[in-house]
Design a protein around this ligand. Structure first.
Ligand SMILES: *[C@@H]1O[C@H](CO)[C@@H](O)[C@H](O)[C@H]1NC(C)=O
Ligand SMILES: *[C@@H]1O[C@H](CO)[C@@H](O)[C@H](O)[C@H]1NC(C)=O
Ligand SMILES: *[C@@H]1O[C@H](CO)[C@@H](O)[C@H](O)[C@H]1NC(C)=O
Ligand SMILES: *[C@@H]1O[C@H](CO)[C@@H](O)[C@H](O)[C@H]1NC(C)=O
Ligand SMILES: *[C@@H]1O[C@H](CO)[C@@H](O)[C@H](O)[C@H]1NC(C)=O
Ligand SMILES: *[C@@H]1O[C@H](CO)[C@@H](O)[C@H](O)[C@H]1NC(C)=O
Length: 315
């Protein structure tokens, strides 16, 4: 009996011990699982918040439309007084003037043509943003290039400024006149060029018979006043309605002659000109440069000839 009791007691004790051990093990396993899951939860939370903030950023970047504004004049990258510079990711552009071309042969599209010099033979893809006069609207079109030089004439290489006509074709607008044009490479980057679009039309709708365009005058020391007068008068007799002169530097006497014709007869129009980029523009250096770098000079001469033509194509 005693034995039985004892035995049962010891058995009883043993089983209690086993249960305790079992509960202890269970508890430690639960504690282990809880700790780990808490740890994993913390990790996930951390990862999630991090992810959220970066999503937040990119979402903001995606959703917030970049405010595209016509650049203020103080933010424009001017170059040598008469030019505007555009620094692309591959090549530097110099814009001289922009013109509105809606001649019939142009077809369904009107074109903005931008007379420019670019230090690349094959410039990169750029876009035009055309702003309209009495509308805050603007349109974006892909620009195409018209190389206005021939490779056989020399200087056909990158880094030398090449004359180009940049064309921005856009659907003909009935009531809106294009007013300004800016060129850019990537959306949402600050625009630092803005050219007023030239659109000279005859006020009385009568086209004039003919005009003469004269490339940049460079007569720093020679006084050719008398011969200049003879030439202007002869052209006048031959029926020329207007002579468009571009001027680098001329003798003061010649300058007076041109001013006289411009003020008194309207037969002459004079426009100052400069060389774009890092080409020299102080009178003596420029004279030397134009005399010695003949191909460069000819490439630069393309600009006044075409400027004169596109400015007056409707007149
Ligand atoms: C996420 O957006 C909220 C408001 O929408 C802003 O307070 C928070 O600064 C943004 N976080 C980051 C990292 O930009
Ligand atoms: C820049 O353009 C020239 C051709 O115009 C090309 O040969 C050159 O690889 C371009 N450079 C870069 C960095 O894209
Ligand atoms: C826009 O300008 C044209 C002519 O310049 C004018 O007829 C038209 O009424 C103007 N439209 C607005 C909305 O101002
Ligand atoms: C610039 O963004 C506008 C709208 O955000 C889009 O319509 C246009 O195609 C984009 N232009 C370029 C050149 O990426
Ligand atoms: C031209 O200018 C010079 C001074 O620079 C003057 O001495 C000369 O008489 C002028 N020539 C004519 C034809 O007026
Ligand atoms: C022509 O006009 C300009 C300004 O209108 C004046 O500065 C200049 O002295 C005039 N020149 C002549 C020769 O009349």
């Amino acid at each position: 009996m005693v034995y039985f009791i004892f035995k049962s007691r010891s058995e009883f004790r043993n089983s209690r011990k086993n249960i305790l051990i079992f509960f202890f093990r269970l508890l430690s396993i639960i504690a282990f699982i809880l700790t780990w899951s808490y740890f994993i939860f913390l990790c996930l939370l951390h990862f999630k918040t991090n992810n959220n903030s970066s999503q937040n950023l990119s979402k903001q970047q995606q959703e917030q439309p970049c405010r595209i504004q016509s650049p203020e004049s103080i933010k424009i990258d001017y170059n040598n007084i008469y030019w505007q510079r555009f620094q692309s990711s591959n090549g530097t552009f110099f814009f001289y003037n922009a013109f509105y071309d809606d001649r019939i042969l142009n077809g369904e599209l009107s074109t903005i043509r931008i007379l420019s010099m670019i230090d690349r033979i094959s410039p990169i893809k750029i876009y035009c943003r055309i702003w309209f006069s009495n509308s805050s609207n603007s349109i974006i079109t892909l620009a195409d290039y018209h190389y206005i030089w021939s490779r056989q004439w020399g200087n056909y290489e990158d880094k030398i400024l090449q004359p180009f006509l940049i064309n921005c074709p856009f659907p003909r607008q009935k009531h809106l006149q294009p007013y300004f044009v800016s060129l850019f490479e990537k959306n949402c980057t600050a625009i630092t060029n803005n050219l007023q679009i030239i659109n000279n039309r005859p006020l009385d709708k009568n086209k004039q018979s003919f005009a003469v365009c004269v490339k940049g005058l460079e007569f720093l020391h020679d006084d050719l006043s008398i011969r200049l007068i003879e030439w202007i008068e002869l052209l006048n007799i031959l029926g020329v309605k207007k002579i468009f002169f571009y001027e680098f530097d001329i003798h003061p006497n010649m300058s007076k002659v041109l001013q006289y014709y411009q003020n008194e007869t309207k037969l002459v129009h004079v426009q100052k000109l400069s060389l774009p980029g890092s080409q020299p523009n102080s009178p003596l250096e420029r004279k030397k440069y134009l005399q010695q770098k003949i191909i460069h000079r000819r490439q630069n001469e393309i600009i006044p000839y075409n400027d004169c033509y596109y400015k007056n194509m409707y007149l």
